[in-house]
Ligand binder design. Structure first.
Ligand code: ATP
Length: 354
């Protein structure tokens, strides 16, 4: 993909949005989405994710100067029905009185696809979305998870060039959401459709995204692969929004962070007198007291299934979250040692928190 965006399946160019009431929902943003890529728009409520998706869909016009290109073609003023996009929202927007099969076939019918081909396409999608046996049920006779599968099947039935998903799993309970998330992952890979997926759930973003666009207050905070945004967040906001992060501010002397519980060498070349760094809880190892780099006291221990989360005070300027294997015996009040590899300490730009 060139920097000019030639060859990008979708390009938004300087697309900002200020609503009629003066609300600035989106700062002008430029973004290329490659063919077949799943791009996730991730951020807290109100950061402009849906607005960006609606601009791509053609449900919203960008402010003057903004452009939306599909395969290099200017689509900015092309209405949604001529953009060949499939959409799924949090609310399913299915026809409640129609059967599953008729819902899935709906878009094909209005496009004049012949009955035989419609039936074949419905059969294929029913299998792909795991709803075999429900073809003749009405939508109001289905569970939430089943409805969501029908909504997906209907959106992809028309073989859209681009699939737009806005929090499609949010309405479901946690266990079902997890299951559908992996099913959706499989489905998106199988279909190879260029997909833009809006969510505020970082686990969903990590699992589904080839790349994640982290958004904050109408602006793009970082774009990167899940690994990039997780291991190399550009700033404190991204570090804290994606996964658990210890943010530590401390003085630095000759490449060593001076902490209450010890001296922590860092690799990140901090040249300032004070540094803000991020340390992921799972990169901190618990050792015997007196060993390790830092010393601290166990404040709390929480069992979280495949591991335990310790909160350790006295080691840093504020309590550190430490994820340790369940085999580690730690009790509240124990003095323990902590070791942290220098490359697990990530320098962040110092910035005032708001
Ligand atoms: P959520 O996760 O809550 O859906 P979001 O990140 O998708 O949030 P948007 O729906 O894009 O956020 O909204 C961005 C901002 O624009 C919000 O402050 C919202 O209140 C505002 N906004 C959205 N639609 C309109 C509108 N039609 N008129 C005025 N302001 C709007």
């Amino acid at each position: 993909m060139s920097t000019a965006g030639h060859g990008a399946a979708v390009r938004i160019e300087a697309c900002g949005k200020t609503f009629a009431d003066g609300t600035r929902a989106l700062d002008p943003a430029t973004l290329d989405i490659a063919r077949g890529e799943t791009l996730v728009l991730l951020g807290p409520s109100g950061c402009g994710k849906t607005t960006m998706l609606r601009i791509i869909a053609g449900l919203e016009l960008p402010d003057v100067g903004g452009k939306v290109l599909f395969d290099g073609k200017d689509m900015t003023s092309v209405p949604i029905e001529r953009r060949n996009v499939g959409m799924v929202f949090q609310s399913y927007a299915l026809f409640p009185n129609m059967t599953v099969a008729d819902n899935i076939a709906y878009g094909l019918k209005i496009r004049g696809v012949a009955r035989g081909e419609r039936a074949a396409r419905v059969a294929e999608l029913v299998a792909l979305t795991n709803i075999t046996g429900l073809e003749n049920r009405r939508i109001d006779q289905l569970s939430g998870g089943q409805r969501q599968r029908v909504a997906l099947a209907r959106a992809v039935a028309i073989r859209p060039g681009i699939l737009l998903l806005d929090e499609p799993l949010t309405a479901l309970d946690a266990a079902l959401r997890d299951r559908l998330r992996s099913e959706l992952n499989r489905l998106l890979r199988a279909l190879g459709i260029t997909t833009i997926y809006v969510t505020h759930d970082q686990a969903e973003a990590m699992e589904l995204g080839d790349r994640i666009v982290v958004m904050r207050k109408g602006a793009i905070a970082q774009i990167g692969t899940p690994r990039e945004v997780y291991f190399a967040p550009k700033d404190r906001f991204v570090a804290e929004f994606i996964g658990a992060a210890n943010i530590v501010e401390a003085p630095v002397e000759n490449g060593v962070l001076i902490l209450p519980g010890g001296r922590l060498p860092i690799e990140c070349g901090a040249t300032t007198a004070n540094a803000t760094v991020m340390i992921r809880p799972e990169t901190i190892r618990v050792t015997e007291a007196g060993e390790g780099i830092l010393s601290g006291i166990v404040d709390s221990v929480s069992f979280i299934g495949d591991r335990q989360r310790l909160v350790v005070s006295d080691a840093s300027s504020k309590p550190l979250n430490v994820d340790a294997p369940n085999t580690i015996q730690a009790r509240i009040g124990d003095r323990i040692g902590l070791s942290i590899a220098p490359d697990a300490v990530r320098l962040l730009p110092s910035e005032p928190r708001d």
